[in-house]
Design a protein around this ligand. Structure first.
Ligand SMILES: *[C@@H]1O[C@H](CO)[C@@H](O)[C@H](O)[C@H]1NC(C)=O
Ligand SMILES: *[C@@H]1O[C@H](CO)[C@@H](O)[C@H](O)[C@H]1NC(C)=O
Length: 281
């Protein structure tokens, strides 16, 4: 009797596995320097095989993702082992774990975020690149599948660290002209910029000169909390995704120009051409 129950449980488990095929994220580093991607699963999502790893320049890593996952992904930069404490720390995107794995914690802002809800409402994947918590690196999300009027490429392809307004710029000693660009919400804590308190609705929270700086440079990325209309992308569930850090902006744009993804805004704003990224190859 016991054996039969056990057999049934094993069978049910195997069936449940075959029912939900995982998809994959292929994460690529096209930046000049090593980056340390971090992954954070949402509250009700299954854990991933990795929550953080080192990715050298030019390298890619493919991570299996449950088809019904939600969570976010970012990259840490300028990381090192602290000599006295032995703790692993990063100047941008640090997840506070003290290790290369992020073990359940997210990025300290400012960091460019890729946000995913796979197999969400209506059996669709929802994804976006968000600058709501600031910016640290250019990033591109590219669904592998090409579907007419869907599965659009999104991201922020230009360098905003050098161009970042002075009040938002995060600088680090000996690291050149800025390592990240803060959001106005983080920099000033004003409810107007944070879309909080009296400004917690789409009608009351308006774009600011600061959010418009991000939006003009990266028209498809989220620039403030209620920027949903032009910043959320969808694809049929089951797609695999490429996530590329520091994609070469103009080759990407040419490659993507032929994709009829139905997006209303360009991926790169040609009049912001001077913001070419120094990290890109
Ligand atoms: C998507 O979610 C539904 C339940 O909400 C589930 O039945 C279905 O198997 C899921 N599809 C995939 C591909 O995981
Ligand atoms: C491109 O940048 C210019 C100059 O900042 C801005 O006026 C324009 O609205 C931007 N275009 C888009 C599509 O964001």
């Amino acid at each position: 009797m016991m054996n039969r129950i056990l057999l049934f449980m094993i069978l049910a488990f195997v069936l449940s596995l075959s029912e939900v095929e995982p998809i994959s994220f292929k994460i690529t580093n096209r930046c000049r320097n090593t980056i340390w991607p971090g992954l954070l699963s949402g509250a009700n999502s299954a854990p991933l095989p990795t929550t953080g790893f080192r990715l050298s320049r030019g390298k890619s890593k493919t991570v299996a993702i449950p088809a019904s996952w939600s969570g976010r992904l970012w990259a840490r930069t300028l990381c090192s082992q602290d000599r006295s404490s032995g703790s692993f720390v990063c100047l941008t995107g640090d997840c506070g774990s003290g290790k290369v794995e992020c073990t359940g914690s997210g990025a300290k802002p400012p960091a460019t975020l890729a946000e995913f809800t796979l197999n969400g409402t209506g059996g669709l994947d929802f994804y976006d690149v968000s600058l709501v918590d600031g910016y640290n690196l250019p990033m591109l999300i590219l669904p592998k599948k090409i579907v007419l009027g869907g599965c659009g490429a999104t991201g922020c392809l230009v360098d905003l660290n050098g161009a970042c307004p002075r009040d938002l710029k995060l600088v680090a000693r000996g690291k050149g002209n800025g390592v990240a660009c803060r959001s106005a919400c983080e920099a000033f804590g004003d409810p107007r910029y944070c879309c909080s308190d009296a400004y917690a609705t789409p009608d009351t929270c308006q774009p600011s000169v600061y959010s418009l700086f991000f939006k003009h440079a990266c028209p498809r990325a989220y620039s403030y909390a209620y920027d949903d209309k032009t910043s959320t992308y969808t694809c049929a569930t089951g797609a695999d995704y490429f996530i590329i850090f520091c994609p070469p902006p103009y080759t990407s744009e040419k490659l993507l120009g032929s994709r009829k993804d139905g997006a209303t805004l360009p991926l790169v704003n040609k009049s912001m051409i001077h913001l070419r990224h120094p990290h890109s190859s």
